[in-house]
Design a protein around this ligand. Structure first.
Ligand code: SF4
Ligand code: SF4
Length: 385
């Protein structure tokens, strides 16, 4: 049985977050089960790109601040690390992300150390799903004594849901991430890579920032939703099974979770997960919006769901009125399908990885249905909203 602590937390006020995290950790045996004085603790945040904490795209800086204070209080040295997605001028924008998000300032104020995974070196590990192939994982994951994963509760335009399991993708430094999008273009193949990272890396504890979640076209183009939750577990799959259930989804609708469960990364069966904390049943997040292409009331019949999803299958297109010509999408596209000048997408090349949609910081890459009937229905739906 795996245990998930689900706490109600209505704001990023420091004392409220501290109380909820500390009382949750008590239910897992106390901080001394995880850290001891003198340990180096790495907080692996979600820093997908240069976004503010209030955008709900990243682990909120104040949430992490509180973890830093708690761990320093336990006598630990604290590192904060991640590698952002995409590329600008041939480089991942991680340095800019740490600045824009407020993390650089916060770390300085709190005496924590920023670990930009693009610059810290890598450790070679084997890639279980691809025998004979090596993975390169950010070195701080192995240098720290303890790694605490701090995911954000969000929707994802390609993966439906992103939480504790998927958050480890940022352990792949810089532009190497595009290699996996290119060589594992569909969700089934990409899910294997995520499980490979869990197998190769070390993640001791998972604490999800679900206070302000992202709904709609996540992981960056959605809108904030006040979910008011903190989830804590040693098991990332169990944590996400509870998180997904709050959004009215089951593990078998989220390929990354289903694969992780099958690969033994954790427990996805809710009957084998013990819920503790402020809740003893999983609450539904009323009115929470999934990405458009996954919206369906058919939650039990997965074949029917697949048909609905296929019918509404959307592909990315650049809205040139919103585009700021930063070229993040152009440089991040793993198959160079986006024209640098016109921003037109060559759909013969496009592998529908949705990286351009995920990484455009200006919400200029929109998802449009390639089915005329579905396009009309979606258009009418959008007008009604
Ligand atoms: S679509 Fe977005 S990412 Fe691409 S160039 Fe325009 S603003 Fe930049
Ligand atoms: S155009 Fe966008 S969705 Fe298509 S392959 Fe490139 S980054 Fe992926």
């Amino acid at each position: 049985m795996s245990k998930v602590i689900l706490q109600e937390c209505k704001s990023y006020g420091l004392s409220e977050v501290t109380n909820k995290i500390n009382s949750g950790i008590e239910k897992l045996g106390g901080w001394n089960q995880f850290v001891k004085p003198g340990d180096i603790v790495l907080l692996k945040i979600n820093l997908i790109g240069p976004k503010s904490s209030d955008s709900a795209s990243i682990t909120h800086c104040e949430f992490t601040r509180e973890l830093v204070r708690i761990l320093k209080g336990q006598g630990c040295t604290v590192w904060i690390g991640d590698s952002s997605g995409g590329a600008i001028a041939g480089m991942a924008p991680t340095t800019q992300s740490f600045k824009v998000s407020g993390y650089e300032k916060m770390a300085e104020e709190e005496g924590a150390e920023i670990k930009n995974f693009d610059r810290e070196g890598v450790v070679e590990a084997s890639c279980e799903s691809r025998p004979g192939e090596k993975m390169f994982i950010a070195k701080p994951i192995f240098d720290a004594d303890v790694v605490i994963n701090l995911p954000k509760l969000k929707t994802h335009s390609a993966a439906i849901y992103t939480g504790a399991v998927k958050n480890v993708f940022g352990c792949i430094p810089g532009l190497r991430k595009a290699f996996y999008h290119k060589t594992a273009p569909d969700q089934a193949a990409f899910s294997q890579i995520i499980s490979d990272i869990h197998r190769a890396g070390r993640f001791h504890l998972h604490i999800m920032d679900g206070i302000t979640a992202m709904q709609g076209e996540g992981p960056t183009a959605g809108e904030p939703y006040n979910a008011n939750k903190i989830l804590i577990s040693k098991d990332p799959v169990a944590l996400d099974a509870v998180g997904a259930k709050m959004l009215n989804m089951s593990v078998d609708r989220v390929p990354i979770l289903l694969t992780a469960q099958r690969r033994g990364i954790g427990e996805g069966n809710l009957d084998r997960i013990v819920l503790d904390g402020d809740y003893n049943t999983i609450p539904r997040l009323e009115g929470f919006k999934l990405p458009k292409k996954f919206r369906s009331n058919i939650s039990k019949n997965s074949k029917a769901v697949t048909k609905v999803v296929d019918f509404f299958k959307a592909r990315p297109t650049v809205n040139t009125k919103k585009c700021r010509k930063c070229n993040m999408c152009v440089e991040s596209c793993p198959v160079q399908a986006i024209n640098r000048e016109t921003k037109k997408i060559n759909y013969e090349l496009c592998i529908e990885c949705m990286c351009c949609h995920e990484l455009c910081m200006f919400k200029a890459v929109e998802l449009k249905s390639n089915n005329i009937v579905a396009g009309v229905i979606t258009g009418l739906y959008n007008r009604k909203k």
